[in-house]
Structures are given as C-alpha cells and as structure tokens.
Design a protein around this ligand. Sequence first.
Ligand SMILES: Nc1ncnc2c1ncn2[C@@H]1O[C@H](COP(=O)(O)OP(=O)(O)OP(=O)(O)O)[C@@H](O)[C@H]1O
Length: 313
Amino acid sequence: MIETRQITKRYGDLTAVDRICFRVEPGQVLGFLGPNGAGKSTTMKMLAGFLAPTSGGATVAGFDVETQPLEAKRALGYLPEGAPSYGEMNVREFLEFIADVRELKGDLRYKRLDDAIERLHLDRVLEQPIDTLSKGFRRRVGLAGAILHDPKVLILDEPTDGLDPNQKQEVRTLINSMARDKTIIISTHLLEEVHAVCDRAIIIAAGRILADATPAELEARSRYHQAVSLTAANLQEAKDALARVADIAAIEVDPQDNRITAFPKPGRSIFVAVGDALKAQGVTVRELALEPGRLDEVFRTITQGAVGKEART
Ligand SMILES: Nc1ncnc2c1ncn2[C@@H]1O[C@H](COP(=O)(O)OP(=O)(O)OP(=O)(O)O)[C@@H](O)[C@H]1O
C-alpha cells in the first residue's frame, strides 16, 4: 500500500507538490496524469525516498519514507525518469549490481535475474554498455532493475517513454501481469495508457490533485459521453434524419472526415432512436458508435485553468 499525508515539496517560493493526499491499495494500478511540470516526478521521488518532503509525509507498504527509509526502500521498486545511472556498466553488470544492493543471494538471485532478463527481453544486450543502448532498451534495463527483487510496491515514472509501439504494448502487458499482488503507480502523458493499465487515475496540475477517479468515471465527465457518432454515404440525408430525433441537443460535423456526432440532451439516451431514425429514412450508414467519452478532452478541460499557473506561495 502507498499512502500520502498532505505531502508537499517547495523549491524556494515554488510549490511543486501542494498537500497531496491519496492512498493506493494492493492490486491497484494508479495512473498519475498531468501536464509538464505538474509535480508528478517530484511526488514519485518523495515516495521513493530520493527527495525529502518539505512537509507532510508518506508510507510505502506501511513504512514511513522518512523515519523508516530502509524498510520502505526494501518494499519498493522505483523507475526514475530517463536512463538508469551507471551508464558505463554493461547490462549484466548493472543487474548484478542491483542484485547486490538488494542482497539477493543463491538460487533466488539467479531466478530473479533470469526472470527480469526474460520479462524485459534483455538477453541480446547483456554485454552491451548501457550508454550505448537505444532509449527503449535503456528504459527496459531500468525497469528490469526496478522489478528485480519482486517488490510489493512499484513506482514507475513514465515506464513506456521512448519505447516503440510494440515495446509499449509489452511493458503494459508486463505491468498488468504484475498488478494482481502489487501496488503500482505509473506516471504517463499517454491517455491510452490509462485505459490500457490503470484502474484509477489522479490528474494533477500545479502540484494539486484536480481529479481522482476511475478511467470510466473520468470519461463520463466528457461532453462526448453517450454521444453517438456516425459516418454516412450522404451527409445531408443523415443530418435530416437526425433532426427528427427529439432527444438530440446538438449535432457537430467534423470537416476532416464528415463524421457526425450527435449529443444527447442531459440524461437522455439517443443511440436506439438515432439508429431507428436513420433506418426509417433509408440512410446508408458506414459506422455507428456510442461514445464512452474522450479522456483527452476531459484532461484538457480539467487542467486548462491550472496550466501555466505556477503555484507560488
Ligand atoms: N530541483 C528543482 N529545483 C527547482 N525546481 C524544480 C526542481 N525539480 C523540479 N522543479 C520544478 O517543480 C515543478 C514540478 O516538476 P516535476 O518534474 O515534478 O513535474 P512533472 O509533472 O514530473 O513534469 P514532466 O511531465 O515534465 O516530467 C516544475 O515547475 C519544475 O520546474
């Protein structure tokens, strides 16, 4: 479990993290979302014990990160931003070094090393200096280091940054496979990642929590939630048919691809009525979809006011 209590970090007169409180239980993957400079990395560094909070605090697996740092760090795997340190080491040396730091010995040591190397597909690059690896491989080496001791808690700062689409998918599958018995926090700029791996998302901006909800709850805040989108052979015929549906509040047409989106009146459901109206008017429809809501639009709406505003005290 991870719990923060009013955790705060100030740099001079800039409040990078402002009294953040949350709790993540085992089995949960929490996505940390926010624009650049929101305070995501700073929060993660404080949880990982790399940075002391200015005020407030946190526990990791029940251990206070300031007063029980060794116990907290033992329970924790941390992937920092960017590349792993010790770039002059080759991958094998780096992982052996982490295994030493984690005091892994005997059969367990070999089992954990083999497991991390296999999960992150590092066998081809074991003898290569980390500095000479591609960004994607460096990220995977960092991840292998973070999971090596099979920690109960994982804090992963942009785990898929720099990976190609196939590698992103592999890392998301890895996170999902570890999620059952671990407490995991990931930060990301990628909203599709929230869908793919997170069962809860916290949106922060200017150091403050602006939303804490499941991806579905966030989508439900979108103005696209329960809207119906469609493309039709004849745009005007489709618009005429939709004009007959009483519960439609507004219709928008995307000039790029002529996709029509029909927005329901508050609390109304229009999917069946739209289908019936199009059929009754003999409109040839290519695609018809009920929109769950758009996370990117929700993210923009929630963070808009906060972006650019620095939290100065
Ligand atoms: N060592 C430091 N000294 C002064 N200010 C800092 C320091 N580290 C971070 N900051 C500032 O704190 C704020 C939060 O930074 P942080 O790196 O936590 O944001 P972030 O949400 O992780 O951003 P990104 O998505 O760009 O990684 C930013 O305004 C940043 O400039």
